[in-house]
Design a protein around this ligand. Structure first.
Ligand code: ATP
Length: 203
């Protein structure tokens, strides 16, 4: 059975922290096809710092370059608010013979119980959590899983990705740009060139 990985985010911009966890995830979980799903953010809600979906897609292409990666427009094309369970349901209908693995960083994972229909999400896929910094341990992630989703955790529907975290966020990168600092060590070369050429994240 084909194993499809899913990784969603604002990707404003995508950075080496993203690439670090996705690359390890693809290897450790034997992923055959990796979907990168930039979220749509409705214009009235978006922060002035949020660049266009087209620019974020282009930066994703310049970050997730290997042929295994597919940049999906499923949420951007929907234009409204996208719930994860809805996106997963749609993807499952399109790929009936695949098994789905959904990768999330610790900040997202530790609020899974507040998402819409988390039990449906865990029915559709295995959720894989990864620490973003040394402050969150594997034990923290396991304790949370056992407390909020004991049944799903014991059934192996929640897994932890062992990883050496790369502490980095898009917010920090935008802040560096605004301060006139180089971000070249935190994004791919191709993404850096695009950000420079388009003059993104300068006020
Ligand atoms: P922002 O600072 O704008 O909130 P972000 O850096 O958190 O952005 P997102 O696009 O919101 O990036 O994140 C997409 C996914 O990547 C989420 O699951 C998030 O937890 C995860 N993630 C982001 N940065 C890292 C990192 N350094 N290491 C591991 N996972 C990360």
């Amino acid at each position: 059975m084909q194993r499809i990985g899913i990784f969603g985010g604002t990707f404003n911009p995508p950075h080496l922290g993203h690439l670090n966890i996705v690359s390890k995830f693809v290897k450790d979980f034997g992923i055959d096809k990796m979907l990168i799903i930039p979220t749509y953010a409705p214009p009235h809600k978006s922060s002035p710092e949020l660049v266009s979906p087209e620019d974020r897609i282009e930066m994703c292409k310049r970050t997730f370059k290997e042929p295994i990666f597919h940049i999906s427009k499923v949420e951007i094309n929907r234009q409204g608010k996208s719930y994860t369970h809805k996106t997963l349901q749609e993807l499952k209908e399109l790929n009936k013979n695949a098994e789905f693995f959904f990768l999330v960083g610790d900040d997202m994972f530790l609020s899974l119980h507040t998402w819409k229909l988390p039990n449906k999400i865990l029915e559709y896929c295995t959720v894989v959590a990864a620490a973003r910094s040394e402050e969150i341990s594997v034990k923290n992630l396991i304790d949370y899983s056992k407390e909020k989703f004991p049944k799903e955790f014991s059934e192996g529907k929640i897994k932890i990705l062992p990883i050496k975290p790369l502490k980095l966020s898009s917010t920090e990168i935008r802040d560096m740009r605004r301060a006139g600092l180089s971000i070249k060590d935190f994004v791919t070369k191709e993404t850096n060139e695009f950000i420079e050429a388009r003059g993104l994240y300068f006020d």
